[in-house]
Design a protein around this ligand. Structure first.
Ligand code: ADP
Length: 419
């Protein structure tokens, strides 16, 4: 149980930590990418402005000065293109040539070439004479370098996240273990206390029961009201004995070392239980049926397994009305023994299905035909099934019936001696 809580804690911690790291890394990448693009835009604008000073309007035509040696200014992955006022391309320089119409956007524009992305800025050419726009320069640069830098950044961020997660995973294991230790210790103390208290209560309860029984041996010497009081004492003492035995069993059955494991014949356990409960079923006019395969064996504690199936059959009989059916089936499916106890009783509401296995949980008393239960029967059944490496599940429909299915690992009898 605690191992499961520890793993869940660790998983939640790692999920939160991963989310924080991923959000942080995404933020860093976004800021870095923006800053790179901004730097590139500034560079391209400066280049465009420099080139614009070397263009002039001559006889109504845009001319670029012949002594302006563009190749010395621009990088191999950059390109310059001059446009006249009609947005017609009149000159191209550099390795990046865009066969695209001019777009007069003030913000940088990004294009996708076959092999790489390109960023371009458009700078107006202003006449030195009248300050009017006489044409445009489009400066473009491939984003290969920016993409490379971003890929490197992604790799660094990705590997940093993985390394941070590995370290925090290790430290998380240590921290959750440390955090759970006091809880585990106090839980163990509580369990020990329950076991000790239940054990210690046995003797006084026995004394109360035997003294009351002695008094009840001679009822004729007592007033009728006193007899009733003694009978109530015996009944209450019986209930308490039952409860303390259940609590003791729960506290002890969780200690794996306390289990004596032998090869147990499940078919024999079920058939004994069916014979035991047949008179009760007959008295209640319930059809108690069984369908079990040939001898099926598992490793475990015969007493505990008997208790598990007794609880299920007892409940099925208690919560089924006269004329109903209770059917016990057992089959070997691959290496698991599947035992189901199905009844046509009151059924359990969907919202209660998870709760039935909780300690002391009982459905609405008005729906319960049996008033004697403590609400520990199914908790005990679940603990025993889990202690034997198995599980117990429930399917139920109100007014139709319930089916408890127990799944236990089987064992071949040839490998082990019978209990
Ligand atoms: P109890 O001692 O009350 O029987 P259990 O743990 O065995 O305690 O059962 C818990 C509750 O689950 C019962 O009070 C009852 O409401 C419900 N329950 C258990 N088995 C059945 C069943 N076969 N049909 C309907 N309700 C059931």
């Amino acid at each position: 149980m605690f191992a499961q809580i520890r793993w869940r804690l660790l998983l939640s911690y790692l999920t939160v930590f991963t989310s924080i790291l991923v959000i942080f890394a995404a933020g860093v990448r976004l800021l870095f990418a923006r800053s790179l693009t901004q730097q590139l835009t500034d560079r391209l604008t400066a280049l465009g402005q420099g080139a614009a000073t070397n263009a002039e309007f001559d006889n109504g035509r845009l001319k670029v000065e012949s002594d302006f040696i563009v190749q010395q200014l621009i990088h191999k992955n950059q390109g310059l293109e001059w446009f006249n006022l009609n947005q017609k391309s009149i000159l191209k320089q550099g390795n990046i040539g865009l066969n695209l119409p001019l777009s007069l956007s003030k913000s940088p524009i990004q294009f996708s070439n076959k092999n790489f992305n390109i960023q371009a800025v458009v700078v107006p050419i202003i006449s030195n004479d009248n300050g009017k726009i006489i044409g445009y320069i489009r400066v473009s640069q491939s984003l290969e370098e920016v993409d490379e830098t971003l890929t490197k950044l992604d790799l660094i961020l990705g590997s940093s996240i993985i390394i941070a997660l590995i370290f925090s995973g290790f430290s998380g294991v240590i921290l959750t273990r440390q955090a759970m230790q006091p809880i585990e210790e106090s839980f163990q103390r509580l369990k020990q206390f329950t076991a000790d208290a239940s054990h210690e209560l046995r003797s006084p309860l026995m004394a109360i029961k035997s003294n009351a029984a002695v008094a009840l041996k001679y009822p004729e010497k007592m007033r009728k009201s006193d007899v009733e009081k003694f009978q109530a004492i015996v009944s209450a003492a019986n209930q308490m004995t039952h409860l303390t035995e259940d609590l003791l069993l729960l506290a002890r059955s969780e200690k794996k070392c306390d289990r004596r494991e032998n090869s147990v014949n499940l078919t024999a356990i079920l058939s004994n239980l069916l014979s035991l409960y047949q008179p009760e079923a007959t008295a209640k006019e319930i059809d108690l049926k069984s369908e079990t395969g040939e001898d099926m064996y598992l490793l475990g504690n015969a007493g505990q397994l008997t208790r598990l199936f007794a609880n299920l059959i007892e409940n099925a009989l208690h919560y089924t009305l006269s004329g109903g059916t209770v059917e016990v089936t057992a089959n070997l499916v691959r290496s698991y023994l599947i035992v189901s106890v199905q009844d046509t009783g009151a059924g359990i509401a969907p919202e209660h299905i998870k709760l039935v296995f909780e300690r002391f949980w009982r459905a609405d008393e008005s729906r319960s035909y049996w008033k004697g239960g403590s609400g520990l029967g199914l908790a005990i059944a679940k603990t025993i099934a889990q202690n034997h490496g198995g599980s117990i599940t429930l399917t139920s429909q109100v007014g139709v019936g319930s089916c408890f299915t127990v799944r236990l690992p089987s064992v071949k009898i040839s490998d082990n001696s019978q209990d």
